[in-house]
Design a protein around this ligand. Structure first.
Ligand code: GDP
Length: 169
């Protein structure tokens, strides 16, 4: 079977404290990680090579608390807020507006509701988050970086969205 590689640049955008670093750390320990990357000389804490469906892909994650800092080409965006911080949801709205309207980006965006383990402290409802995702044509997923819930699904879903955009069926 064929074996191809791709290189994708993906900013992770969100307010301070929403779990961007924690999510990225989980990505770096994903079960999809290509075994050859255990070579310590190759290690870069922002780059991850994974194998999904026999295809190797390298993703470079760029941690941003403001998208305005970044002016290189990107393949997709992850916009994160914390469900126990309504300010971070307001900021996520602002980031989506900036990407879709000011930058006119048509790249895949995944809106991530992180910290869903904090059930009793939840301030942002799923309905409101889904509404925002729909308004800006994003995929939506709820994760917990601390409990490692849906983090692999986020990673694989992200790759799927990038590939769909490049090779629409
Ligand atoms: P960043 O500023 O967006 O990079 O956020 P960090 O990854 O540094 O996380 C900020 C704080 O939130 C840390 O204390 C993390 O342990 C905590 N945190 C991150 N993800 C989760 C989560 O899913 N659930 C809970 N309860 N805490 C989290």
């Amino acid at each position: 079977s064929s074996y191809s590689t791709g290189y994708y640049r993906v900013p992770i955008i969100g307010a301070h404290g929403v779990g961007k670093t924690a999510l990225k750390d989980r990505f770096m320990n994903s079960e999809y990680m290509a075994p050859m990357l255990s070579d310590i000389d190759e290690f870069d804490e922002n780059k991850l090579t994974i194998v999904v469906d026999n295809e190797e892909s390298t993703m470079e994650f760029i941690d941003l608390s403001s998208i305005k800092e970044y002016d290189r080409p990107t393949d997709a965006h992850v916009v994160v807020f914390s469900v126990h911080d309504s300010d971070s949801f307001t900021q996520a709205h602002g980031f989506l507006q900036h990407l879709r309207i000011e930058l006119d980006s048509d790249r895949p965006i995944i809106l991530v509701a992180n910290k869903i383990d904090l059930v009793r402290k939840r301030q942002v409802t799923k309905e409101d988050a889904l509404q925002l995702a729909k308004e800006f044509e994003c995929k939506y997923i709820e994760t917990s970086a601390v409990l490692n819930l849906k983090v692999d699904e986020l990673l694989v879903g992200l790759l799927k969205q990038i590939k769909l955009k490049l090779n629409p069926e």
